[in-house]
Design a protein around this ligand. Structure first.
Ligand code: MG
Length: 203
């Protein structure tokens, strides 16, 4: 499986990192070795001193497709969950400054903790899904999928132009504002529509 992630999909987050608001979705990939499941702890690697949390709504692809039209995209995901797109911001800044790819900052081992997935039918209107991330007691990030620049179906249509989507692939749909550095000893707790789906420690 692969992870397709979208950057700069919430205006306030794009602006907090001094990025322009994109005209097309900004896509990048993470390999299967990025996945971290079952609320297992994340062991902070030594190669970065500035890893940021990015809480995101995640779609699980349920069947193979390519060149998917936006109007049919909803048929390609039946379950929705939460994930954290861990980002080594210091490495990313170095790569961006040189015009180089982001993989070492975005796609390293366990850079994609994911929750269990919930059938979308149980989530009500998933185009207006509220989600949030606490770090310890502090509410750090809060978003609503209605504020995405590119909605789920637009992302799937665009991504499937370049990459065949396969059953089990995951799509990270972007993070709202409030990203910040994680520290060893922190506990990250994520809610999707008031269901606590993520709760894990940084070690
Ligand atoms: Mg992200």
């Amino acid at each position: 499986m692969k992870i397709i992630a979208i950057g700069r999909n919430y205006t306030a987050h794009a602006k907090e990192l001094n990025n322009d608001v994109p005209e097309k979705p900004v896509l990048f990939l993470k390999p299967d070795t990025a996945v971290l499941k079952d609320n297992k702890p994340f062991y902070h690697p030594n190669f970065s001193q500035d890893i940021h949390h990015e809480i995101e709504v995640v779609l699980k692809i349920c069947k193979e497709g390519k060149f998917i039209q936006e109007k049919f995209a909803h048929k390609y995901y039946e379950e929705i969950g939460l994930g954290v797109d861990f980002t080594a911001r210091d490495l990313q800044a170095e790569q961006k400054a040189k015009g180089l790819p982001w993989e070492i900052a975005k796609a390293f081992d366990h850079s994609a903790p994911i929750s269990n997935f919930i059938p979308k039918a149980e989530l009500g209107d998933y185009h207006q899904l509220h989600f949030k991330l606490f770090v310890n007691e502090d509410l750090r990030q809060e978003g609503n999928t209605q504020d995405m620049l590119f909605n789920f179906d637009a992302i799937i249509a665009y991504a499937s132009t370049f990459f065949t989507l396969k059953k089990g692939d995951l799509i990270f749909t972007g993070t709202p504002a409030g990203v910040s550095k994680i520290n060893i000893g922190d506990r990250l707790i994520g809610f999707l529509a008031d269901k606590e789906l993520l709760n894990f420690e940084i070690k």
